[in-house]
Design a protein around this ligand. Structure first.
Ligand code: ZN
Length: 149
């Protein structure tokens, strides 16, 4: 089932650069976009993190222009980026099942990483891995695809 724009056109899933205050370019943000009216909206599961991140970075910014990869700091965006790189068609139905499989794989990998971090007694690494695992386990693509058009 596609997601519908307010203008009654189907929206497509894309990775997009969001430019904030003309100073910060955040790449690889998963969005729904409408080709006919150029509206876009950031996917619900990453929206809060993106907003918080922009607030934090805005305070600490020194460079005139900064580019960050959202896929490096947000696990859900990372999943979308991995799928995008492996040329999975950005079709909502196919994407839904592919992303669940990728998610399981990524969670298993992070659980291994977490074991390593515990063995090395590295608390920074442990909490970073924990944060990533939380982002992933909260994410269910099927729960967010569309409002009934
Ligand atoms: Zn539209």
């Amino acid at each position: 089932m596609p997601r519908w724009c307010d203008c009654k056109q189907p929206m497509s899933l894309e990775l997009h650069s969001v430019i904030f205050a003309k100073k910060i370019e955040v790449k690889n943000v998963p969005i729904f976009s409408c080709m006919s009216c150029s509206t876009y909206e950031v996917l619900e599961p990453v929206k809060t993190h993106l907003t918080e991140y922009l607030k934090t970075i805005e305070l600490s910014i020194k460079d005139p222009y900064q580019v960050v990869m959202f896929s490096d700091i947000n696990e859900v965006a990372g999943l979308f980026y991995d799928l995008y790189k492996s040329n999975v068609e950005m079709d909502l139905e196919k994407f839904g099942s592919a992303i669940e499989a990728y998610k399981e794989e990524r969670i298993n990998l992070l659980l291994d990483v977490y074991q390593c971090a515990i063995q090395m007694n590295d608390e920074g690494w442990m909490s970073d891995t924990q944060r990533r695992l939380e982002q992933l386990s909260k994410f269910h693509f099927e729960g967010h695809p569309s409002q009934a058009g």
